[in-house]
Design a protein around this ligand. Structure first.
Ligand code: IVH
Length: 670
């Protein structure tokens, strides 16, 4: 089999596996096998860029950057639905429809997914374009981002699809993914995301499709648009779309149903009014559509929405209560979060006493006064939010809620970065809450996991001026600790043993424990694996950091800024002196002879016997180091075909040795 055939075979196998996993939820290939095949395809594509297919399964991991999204006029306007909030309104809708048509009509009921609408165009079975709803007339072209969503096919299966058509659906973020993302953000000291819908919407507008790929979005498709539809109605279209590989609402889970009369529709609505709480994603209602296309056409459209469809919206769980005070919390990164303190009120089975106000813009928008009657709502959010104020209940002489100018903990003037919603306390080294917050993060279970030490003890030790940063923990003595109330020999020994054991905690956890903004557990693992020592990481430029898979520009910026701070450098030196693990314990396990040990390489261009990633891996397995940019510390520039002239020039200027592919082979074969 030649490489053209192999590429086609791998593409087919991977598309098939993807379909089984993400569309049918019936995986039949192990992750390991999938990764192996994907790697092989990636290698072949790198070696034969002329065969690169824009719809290759390798595109799922993203990589394309969109600096500015183009706008495009929709071929079929993306209308909205008229909303209704009662069964009475649905009965009126049905009566209107039957009156206009003069006979009974069939309906399709579907879930109203709470995400972002997308229109995806396929030409000759290939995904060519994906456009957001925008204002309904024109939307933004977000093709690279949409291609990373695994449940959206890049190439269609089966046959009989029109040469050109558009399919529409809703992109959403499942609850589980949203919760994990927020957990990571919390651990990395970042502001929490408000809800899955806004997160999905924000993700679609991200410039870096690599980040989009990690966000694990999903999509249900619910609309088929083509010039001359071959199908009689909506329900049939959706079923055909399923055969072509689209993830459509499953009938067996009652995500979609054909309804012959109003009683069927009402049963569907009633079912989901309670069942919706068990879905793994948010819905905000039910959509009722006339099934038959000919009848749809006859009914036509108003200026904004079709006359043949209506949305039934579930009422969000809301409660009214009094706003007593607003407090401003300071996080360990200095981020300020306003919190509303409320009269306790029961909402969706729990008692709510506090609600998040997010940021200054949100407070301004709500126009809050202390003592106001506020409307609290629980959506997909973890913390309930205030969605409105009953102004008619507002008494006289109330005090308007305004954002603070100074840090409530240390009095420093707050700052707000251009274009960011969040305020920060800039006094990182002097603000007690930030100092304690950083120590609490360092000792937390997912970081150093220090036994015998909790938040209260950190408070106490800080107050007694025994600790000011994580390194101070390692110079605590039993004499010192025994002077404290509530500390006896046993608890002291326990605490000191816990601190001692933390010296064996692996580097990635220590790195996470340092609390660098945006460096959560996953990022810390990646960085430690790649750079192996804190020295190498501290020396890395933003460019070298972003060259690491999945490390974006913002993370790189935060790392460089952190290591540029003299206090942080001092902290690291002290931790190292106390014996904390600031490098990976062992060299990577390799049974190969370390013939490249001590040499570093920059790999550039295309090679005939290796894919680029394969080559990098080989260098590392043989003990060499791979660098992303040419500098005087690089031993060799491994030059493939089509290498950039700037790199070559720089290597020559700095006296870095050039290696051809043949030279390299000779080098490793000894
Ligand atoms: S059909 C002309 N079906 O609701 C009607 N829309 O207000 C086209 N939505 O922008 C929409 N689930 O984002 C349709 N099963 C569903 C839907 C759905 C969610 C959203 C969609 C649209 C909005 C309409």
């Amino acid at each position: 089999m030649d490489f053209t055939q192999r590429i086609a075979q791998l593409t087919e196998q991977l598309n098939e596996a993807n379909h089984k996993y993400y569309v049918l939820s019936e995986p039949d290939m192990s992750d390991q096998e999938f990764d192996q095949l994907l790697k092989e395809l990636e290698t072949l594509e790198n070696e034969h860029p002329e065969l690169a297919d824009p719809n290759s399964p390798t595109k799922r991991v993203g990589g394309d950057i969109t600096k500015k999204f183009d706008t495009l006029k929709h071929k079929y306007p993306m209308l909205s639905l008229s909303n209704s909030y009662s069964l009475g309104e649905i009965e009126e809708f049905d009566a209107r429809v039957r009156k206009a048509i003069g006979k009974e009509v069939e309906y399709v009921c579907e879930l109203k997914y709470d995400g972002v609408a997308i229109g995806i165009t396929y030409e000759n079975g290939k995904l060519v374009r994906a456009v957001t709803r925008g204002d309904g007339e024109k939307g933004e072209v977000v093709t690279a981002n949409v291609k990373t969503i695994r449940s959206i096919p890049l190439s269609l299966r089966g046959e009989g699809y029109p040469a050109e058509f558009e399919i529409r659906g809703e992109i959403f973020m499942p609850h589980k993914v949203f919760a994990e993302l927020n957990k990571e953000r919390e651990a990395a000291g970042e502001a929490l995301l408000a809800n899955p819908r806004n997160t999905a919407s924000g993700t679609m507008k991200m410039q870096d499709s690599k980040v989009v790929a990690q966000r694990k979005l999903d999509c249900y498709l619910y609309g088929f648009y083509t010039n001359r539809t071959p199908f009689a109605g909506h329900f049939q279209s959706i079923q055909e779309c399923q055969k072509w590989g689209f993830k459509v609402p499953p009938e067996n889970k009652k995500f979609i149903a054909l309804c012959r009369n109003i009683a069927d529709i009402e049963a569907f609505i009633k079912h989901w009014d309670t069942e919706r709480h068990h879905l793994p994603f948010d819905i905000d209602g039910i959509v009722i559509k006339v099934n038959e296309y000919a009848v749809q056409e006859e009914l036509g459209y108003t200026a904004k929405s079709p006359r043949w469809a209506i949305a039934y919206k579930f009422s969000a769980e809301q409660a009214k209560t009094t706003l007593n005070t607003v407090t401003f919390q300071v996080g360990r990164t200095g981020a300020i979060t306003p919190v509303a303190n409320l009269d306790p009120v029961s909402l969706g089975g729990t008692t709510v006493k506090r609600a998040s106000l997010h940021n200054a813009d949100q407070i301004e928008k709500l126009d809050l006064y202390l003592g106001d009657q506020v409307l609290v709502e629980k959506g997909g959010e973890i913390i309930p939010k205030i969605v409105g104020v009953d102004v008619s209940k507002r008494g006289p002489h109330l005090q308007k809620v305004t954002f603070i100018d100074d840090c409530p903990e240390c009095g420093s003037q707050l700052t707000r970065l251009e274009g960011e919603a969040q305020h920060y306390c800039p006094n990182a080294t002097g603000c007690p809450t930030q100092i304690k917050g950083r120590i609490i993060h360092y000792i937390s279970r997912r970081a150093m996991n220090i036994d015998g030490l909790g938040e209260e003890t950190v408070d106490l030790l800080y107050e007694k001026r025994m600790i000011h940063d994580p390194a101070d923990l390692y110079q605590l003595t039993s004499e010192q600790l025994l002077t404290l109330d509530r500390f006896a020999e046993k608890s002291v020994n326990n605490l000191l043993a816990g601190i001692e054991i933390s010296k064996t905690v692996p580097f990635d956890k220590v790195l996470f424990g340092l609390g660098i903004r945006m460096v959560g557990e996953t990022v810390a693992k990646k960085l430690s694996k790649q750079f192996r020592t804190i020295e190498a990481l501290m020396a890395a430029t933003e460019e070298e950091l972003t060259a690491v898979n999945e490390i974006g520009g913002k993370i790189a910026e935060n790392c460089v800024a952190f290591f540029n701070e003299p206090v942080n450098r001092k902290l690291i030196t002290r931790l190292e002196d106390y014996g904390v693990q600031l490098s990976l314990a062992e060299a990577p396990v390799s049974d190969k002879k370390q013939v490249l040990a001590g040499s570093s390489f920059v790999v550039s261009g295309v090679f005939s016997s290796y894919g680029r990633d394969e080559l990098k891996q080989l260098i590392e397995e043989l003990g060499g180091e791979v660098k992303s940019g040419v500098s005087k510390n690089v031993s060799y520039l491994l030059a493939g075909d089509g290498m950039g002239p700037a790199k070559l020039q720089k290597a020559q200027d700095l006296g870095v040795k050039l290696l051809s592919e043949e030279d390299f082979k000779a080098l490793i074969e000894g």
